[in-house]
Design a protein around this ligand. Structure first.
Ligand SMILES: Nc1ncnc2c1ncn2[C@@H]1O[C@H](COP(=O)(O)OP(=O)(O)OP(=O)(O)O)[C@@H](O)[C@H]1O
Length: 452
């Protein structure tokens, strides 16, 4: 029996990745094959589900190729199997929880210098896979020779797929090679509001000079470019003059240049000049690699099976992957169970693919404005009138919860100046929802209108 299974495993090993093989098959055994009724021993019930869902055909074929007749395949949990991660290795203590929370907070701490870059985004911590390898190669080449081949560098992709990380990583890598370089990272919405403020305060020239002096300009989320002639003209001029001086320009967007509305055609054609690079959803193996790297960064231990479980069930984006990982790790510390034990006992259930629904940010903004009987312009404006402000905060809350948009994106959608206002708005609604039943009903009604 032992030899037969050894041969079956050898065959399976040829056909799947090493990581998958060692995760799913290493601790299996062949218990019996009587009358074609195959019984395979596994470590715990989680394996049963995974092996049945993913590898049943493969196992069947490999058995038949080794002259074992197969009518049914069953799995049996063998309790004497050793768990890979012992609970005491991640024993919870308040200190470890606090340490980790502190560490995570430190990681999120933005760099305070005037580049706008956050030093946590590095090329080293950006996991390369088939979903992003071409873009990363271009990024590396920009770091080696800025302002030459990929200029402008236009990076596009859906939310949470790493655009901000990659472009900020380029900026950080350029600075670490040459600390004298003048680099500025800014979301386009901040560019506009800063420009408007500068003009209002009679500092338009200074604003222009600050940009003209740059060696590298990184503009995030250009799809939020505003169709205001003066601001767009300013951006266009800055873009042109940097380009003519061979200064590096880096732009991100959630869509291709020609799909960005309200942009001057001259700018669209400039943006498309060097070709566009995209970031796609990572494949299963890439998701596992990202999760492993993130766990390591947090100094956390997590079983490969738990990693695979998250990777398999989060199909939206990398931000969600990270979110689920953090939740599971924190729960693991608080409850004193390993991540896999939490998954197995049903304490966590991850299913992002069904959680997010097909609705656009525009639809959410429209529905909230309609519900509160406000013109969109007024709701997404600057009014401090209480009911208008609440409607704006409800919009922020729904954009965050329903679409998982980044705070910067939400800021641009609802016309507020910066992401801290969004963070405050979302938190306010979260807090109010605990006590305010009317608000709770309102939000439910709005959701019904959105999805109804
Ligand atoms: N390849 C990767 N390797 C490691 N971490 C990644 C990778 N891709 C994305 N991330 C992480 O996922 C999170 C979301 O990425 P990021 O904010 O860069 O996405 P984005 O495409 O700019 O999203 P949005 O369009 O919503 O602003 C970040 O914490 C980032 O570090």
């Amino acid at each position: 029996m032992y030899d037969v299974w050894k041969n079956v495993l050898a065959e399976i090993e040829q056909q799947i990745s090493t990581a998958n093989f060692s995760t799913w098959f290493q601790d299996t055994s062949l218990i019996s094959t009587d009358n074609g009724e195959i019984k395979i021993g596994v470590k715990n019930s989680f394996y049963v589900k995974q092996l049945r869902n993913r590898y049943l055909d493969l196992i069947k074929t490999a058995l038949q190729n080794n002259n074992v007749s197969v009518s049914t395949i069953d799995f049996e949990v063998q309790s004497n199997a050793k768990p890979k991660v012992r609970p005491r290795e991640i024993t919870p203590t308040n200190t470890t929880v606090k340490t980790r929370i502190k560490k995570v907070k430190e990681e999120l701490k933005p760099q305070t210098s005037n580049t706008g870059l956050n030093e946590k985004y590095t090329l080293e911590s950006f996991i390369v896979g088939s979903n992003n390898d071409v873009a990363v190669a271009a990024a590396q080449s920009i770091v080696d020779a800025p302002g030459t081949r990929y200029n402008p560098f236009f990076l596009y992709g859906g939310p949470g797929l790493g655009k901000t990380h990659l472009v900020q990583a380029i900026g950080n890598a350029l600075i670490s090679r040459n600390p004298n370089l003048k680099i500025l990272y800014t979301p386009i919405s901040n560019f506009y509001s800063d420009f408007v403020d500068a003009v209002r305060n009679g500092k338009g020239k200074e604003f222009n000079r600050k940009f003209q002096d740059l060696d590298c300009l990184i503009i995030d989320d250009i799809q939020f470019i505003v169709n205001k002639e003066k601001s767009q003209e300013e951006f266009f001029n800055i873009f042109n003059s940097l380009y003519q001086l061979n200064k590096q320009i880096i732009i991100t967007s959630d869509r291709l240049p020609n799909q960005i509305k309200s942009v001057d055609e001259r700018l669209t054609s400039r943006l498309a000049m060097a070709g566009a690079f995209d970031l796609q959803l990572p494949k299963f193996e890439d998701k596992c690699a990202i999760l492993r790297a993130k766990a390591e960064l947090m100094g956390a231990e997590i079983e490969p099976e738990a990693i695979e479980y998250i990777a398999e069930n989060v199909n939206t984006n990398i931000r969600d992957l990270e979110g689920e990982l953090s939740t599971i790790l924190l729960m693991s510390e608080v409850r004193g169970l390993t991540p896999l034990e939490l998954i197995e006992n049903g304490s966590v259930s991850v299913n992002k693919s069904s959680k997010l629904r097909p609705v656009s940010s525009k639809q959410i903004v429209e529905k909230v404005a309609k519900y509160y009987n406000l013109p969109i312009k007024e709701m997404c404006g600057k009014s401090r009138v209480a009911h208008i402000k609440t409607a704006r905060q409800v919009t922020m809350f729904l954009l965050s919860k329903e679409l998982n948009l980044s705070t910067n994106k939400i800021a641009a959608e609802v016309g507020v100046k910066d992401h801290t206002t969004v963070m405050h708005g979302v938190k306010k609604i979260e807090k109010d929802l605990k006590l305010d039943f009317t608000l709770r009903d309102q939000i439910e009604e709005i959701k019904e209108k959105i999805y109804g």
